[in-house]
Write a protein that binds this ligand. Structure first.
Ligand code: GTP
Ligand code: MG
Length: 496
């Protein structure tokens, strides 16, 4: 089974018992790169030839909609998971009185997830579509209290499946103002996802009803268009993950009588990889840090998604914020060791000569000659969701920026702007209300990045950011307040 656990086991493996004394390490600026480095021009040519066509897909939706079950079903039916492994899940889930979760167990492999029948943290897997494309898929939790983990998983996505529970009352619960169908759809669009497959699942529970499917499509369409999705890039598909109906094939007479569109697998086939900024400077935001446990993969391991550039074994990288340099000892993609990796790829990188005390979730690895900017304040253009709380100067949020999760407060309300055209409506407004758009100045809070040793980085609240126009993945921001996502936006400028 090729399911690579991300956040789960990596963080639990973490036992970085203090850092190596600086005196016993080589002084960092003299850190020697490998003599066998591939020259940059040649490296870019190689990347161009082997262009990373992999697509990152996230699976989102209200709790219990069947996200993990659909993924389990796809893995089994497309032959990515062996029938032996699946039968083991069938036997064990049956023994624990959770037989309906046999397919979901392909993704939910934490003891607590299996006991509770709920996905708690995001998990990644990959599969090859029938037209040969590789999809790196993130299964996210649907529970309202776990939106954090959902955001962490969805931040890496190029495309998404939004899973809907077709049952009476269940679709309505997910689509209610506080339901996660709405919140997740808004979040993924704000995170840059354009291609969306809306899977109307559990269609078996409503007698494969065309009326129910049409009702759900009619209710969701205006909302998705208002959220910024383009009609041409949304596909609606009915399915029953439990019975496998319309996941990879169709056989039910009632469904066949009114539906001759795509299966879920065919929706996956049509997603395209966007062009990656591999010629730009290296940007690898750190999502996870752990201690390499084997002789080959030793040292400090970090994982994340390359937002820009190329990274190769033997090269020297700088970790920002901080003064640390490290040598890339090994790069893993899908559990395979590779000589280099380029923008758009999820990687695990093992680093030598780095003091982990200065390495944090939210740090960015970059080239020593092309450093990522650090900012303690930035100007963001934000779109407020349908919220009741007024936003005033001083309002503090939980901000999500690439792999960073930090506190940030509004230091200035600069102007309100038209949601569609961006034209200024009012300068220096006193307050911002729901559904408005505005330019605001934000200041990073005092607990910006937390290093693995538990202390703050010596960065004086500076975090690595980029303007959205320079790097889309690094320049997006999501704001949460009292457990609710209240706004999303882009960074238009920053100050140190
Ligand atoms: P969270 O990750 O906790 O938000 O849940 P999820 O969306 O991953 O749902 P999961 O796959 O865990 O499934 C929840 C329940 O719905 C399980 O009992 C599944 O058996 C059931 N289920 C999933 N798909 C179907 C379906 O097509 N039909 C029916 N009747 N039940 C389904
Ligand atoms: Mg799940």
């Amino acid at each position: 089974m090729n399911t690579a656990q991300l956040g789960k086991d990596l963080t639990s493996q973490l036992k970085l018992s203090g850092s190596t004394p600086a005196s016993s390490r080589p002084s960092t600026p003299q850190l020697q790169e490998s003599k066998k480095l591939i020259p940059r021009k040649e490296l870019l040519e190689k990347v161009q030839q082997t262009q990373n066509e992999d697509i990152s897909l996230c699976v989102v939706g209200h709790v219990d909609a069947g996200k993990s079950t659909i993924l389990g079903r796809l893995l089994v039916d497309l032959g990515e998971m062996t029938s032996k492994d699946h039968e083991k899940n069938v036997r064990n889930s049956d023994k624990s009185g959770k037989s309906s979760f046999a397919y979901a167990w392909a993704m939910d492999d934490l003891v607590e997830e299996r006991e509770r029948g709920v996905t708690l943290d995001y998990a990644v897997t990959s599969l090859r579509t029938s037209n040969g494309k590789v999809l790196n898929i993130v299964d996210t939790p649907g529970h309202a209290h776990l939106v954090h983990n959902m955001i962490s998983g969805a931040q890496q996505a190029d495309a998404a499946l939004l899973i809907i529970d077709a049952r009476k009352g269940e679709f309505e619960a997910g689509f209610s103002p506080r339901g996660q169908t709405r919140e997740h759809a808004l979040l993924i669009r704000s995170l840059g996802v354009r291609d969306l497959g809306v899977v109307v699942n559990k269609i078996d529970s409503v007698g494969y009803s065309k009326e129910r499917f049409d009702e759900i499509v009619a209710a969701l369409t205006p909302f998705l268009l208002k959220s910024g999705f383009n009609k041409e890039r949304i596909s609606f598909v009915p399915c029953a993950a439990m019975t496998g109906e319309n996941v990879t094939k169709r056989s039910h007479k009632v469904l066949e009588s009114w539906y001759n569109g795509q299966t879920v697998a065919q929706v996956l086939d049509q997603f395209e990889a966007p062009r990656r900024p591999f010629e730009a400077g290296l940007r690898l935001p750190v999502h996870n840090i752990f201690k390499g446990q084997t002789a080959i993969a030793s040292g400090v391991g970090v994982s994340g998604r390359l937002c820009a550039g190329v990274i190769q074994v033997g090269e020297k990288v700088r970790c920002m914020p901080g003064d640390e340099f490290a040598i890339v000892k090994m790069i893993e993609v899908d559990n395979d060791s590779v000589p280099f990796a380029s923008a758009g790829t999820n990687v695990t990188v093992y680093l030598a000569n780095i003091d982990p005390i200065n390495l944090s979730i939210g740090s960015v690895l970059c080239s020593p000659t092309d450093l990522v900017p650090l900012a303690s304040k930035f100007i963001a253009q934000i779109l407020l969701f349908d919220i009741n709380i007024p936003i005033l100067p001083g309002t503090t949020f939980e901000a999500f920026i690439h792999s960073i999760n930090t506190s940030a407060s509004v230091s200035k309300l600069i102007e309100t702007v038209d949601r569609n055209t961006g034209a200024v409506l009012k300068s220096k407004p006193r307050v911002l209300t729901g559904n408005s758009a505005a330019r605001v100045e934000m200041s990073i809070g005092s607990q910006s990045l937390t290093s693995q040793s538990g202390s703050n980085t010596p960065s004086n609240n500076s975090i690595p950011v980029e303007k959205f126009t320079d790097n889309k993945d690094m320049g997006r921001i999501l704001l949460r307040h009292e457990g609710q996502t209240v706004a999303a936006g882009i960074i238009v400028d920053y100050m140190r």
